[in-house]
Ligand binder design. Structure first.
Ligand SMILES: Nc1ncnc2c1ncn2[C@@H]1O[C@H](COP(=O)(O)OP(=O)(O)OP(=O)(O)O)[C@@H](O)[C@H]1O
Length: 280
C-alpha cells in the first residue's frame, strides 16, 4: 500500500503505437509525491506520451501496459472513461504548450472561469463572476475586467496559461501534468508562469510533472528529474552536477547556459550514448 502522500505510482509502464510499433515508453517506473518532478529528454524520447498515458489521453492506437499505474492509491488503467473524465476535470489537470487549445474557443475568458467557479467553489451564479475576477487577479492579470470579455483567440499565450492556472486554483487538482507549459511563451513571461504554477501546486499540496526538453529550466524548478531516452528513464537526478550518463551530459551541454550565454553549444554524441545504453 503506497504512503498517503504518494500521488502517483508507476511501475513498468509501456506504450506502443500500433500492433508492432516501437515502444514510445518502455518500462518506466517512478513514484510521485507532493513534489515537483521534471521529465526531460530530447524530442521523441517519449515525454509527452508518458504524460498522456497517465492522464489516459492517448489515442486508441496506443497500447498502454503497466504492472502498476495508481493515482491516489487506486488503479487508473481499468477506470471507465466516464470516471476518467470526472477525474480529469477535478483531481488531475493537464497544462499544454498552447493554452488556447485547452480553453473553450466560444466562451469568453470571464464566462469559462466563472463556470469553473460554479463547478468547484460551490457558489451561486451571482458570485461566480466575482470569484472568477478574484482568481484572475490572483494570477496577476492586471486589467481583469477587460480580459474577462475577451475570447481565447484574442489573448496571448502567457495570458492563456494564467487563465488555465486560475481555473486550476478553483479545481484544486491533486496531480498537475504540465507539458512544455512555457516553451511557446516569450522569455520575459516564462518565469512568471512557472512561479504561478509553483503557487498552484504548493497551495493545493499537489504533485507536479513538468515535461520539458529544457533540462536547465527543469533543474531550476524541480526537486527531482527523470531523464528519458528512447522511451526509457536513463537517469534520475536532484541536481545537474550529479549527471553521469553521456546523454544527460549531452542534453545539459546542448542547452544555453544563462550564466555563460556565449559558450558554443554541443550536439549529442549518439554513439557514446547508445554504447552506454547497450551495456545496461
Ligand atoms: N499518436 C501517435 N502515433 C504514432 N506514434 C506516435 C504518436 N504519438 C507519439 N508517437 C511516437 O512516440 C514517440 C515518442 O513521442 P513523444 O511525443 O512522446 O516524444 P516527446 O519526448 O514528447 O517529444 P516532443 O518534445 O517532440 O513532443 C515518437 O517516436 C513519436 O513518433
Amino acid at each position: 500500500m503506497p504512503a498517503p502522500e504518494t500521488v502517483l505510482s508507476v511501475r513498468d509502464l509501456a506504450v506502443r503505437f500500433g500492433r508492432s510499433g516501437v515502444r514510445a515508453v518502455d518500462g518506466v517506473s517512478f513514484d510521485l509525491g507532493t513534489e515537483r518532478l521534471g521529465i526531460v529528454g530530447e524530442s521523441g524520447s517519449g515525454k509527452s506520451t508518458l504524460g498522456r498515458a497517465i492522464m489516459r489521453l492517448l489515442p486508441n492506437a496506443a497500447h498502454v501496459e503497466a504492472t502498476t499505474l495508481d493515482f491516489d492509491g487506486k488503479p487508473l488503467l481499468t477506470r471507465p472513461e466516464r470516471e476518467m473524465r470526472t477525474l480529469r476535470g477535478n483531481r488531475m489537470a493537464l497544462i499544454m504548450q498552447d493554452p488556447r487549445y485547452s480553453l473553450n474557443p466560444v466562451l469568453s475568458v470571464g464566462k469559462q472561469v466563472a463556470e469553473a467557479a460554479l463547478l468547484h467553489a460551490k457558489i451561486g451564479k451571482k458570485d461566480a463572476y466575482a470569484k472568477a475576477a478574484e482568481m484572475l487577479a490572483r494570477v496577476r492579470i492586471a486589467d481583469v475586467e477587460r480580459v474577462m470579455g475577451l475570447y481565447p483567440h484574442q489573448i496571448s499565450g502567457g495570458m492563456g496559461q494564467r487563465v488555465m492556472i486560475a481555473m486550476m486554483l478553483l479545481a484544486k487538482p491533486r496531480l498537475v501534468v504540465a507539458d512544455e507549459p512555457t516553451s511557446a511563451l516569450d522569455v520575459s513571461v516564462r518565469g512568471d508562469v512557472l512561479n504561478l504554477l509553483d503557487d498552484l501546486v504548493r497551495e493545493n499540496n499537489s504533485g507536479l510533472m513538468l515535461i520539458s526538453h529544457d533540462i536547465r529550466m527543469v533543474a531550476a524548478f524541480c526537486q527531482r528529474i527523470l531523464v528519458m531516452y528512447k522511451g526509457r528513464v536513463v537517469e534520475t537526478l536532484t541536481k545537474l552536477d550529479e549527471a553521469q550518463h553521456p546523454y544527460t551530459r549531452g542534453l545539459i551541454a546542448s542547452m544555453p547556459d544563462p550564466r555563460n550565454p556565449v559558450r558554443r553549444l554541443q550536439t549529442l554524441d549518439r554513439r557514446a550514448i547508445d554504447a552506454m545504453e547497450a551495456r545496461t
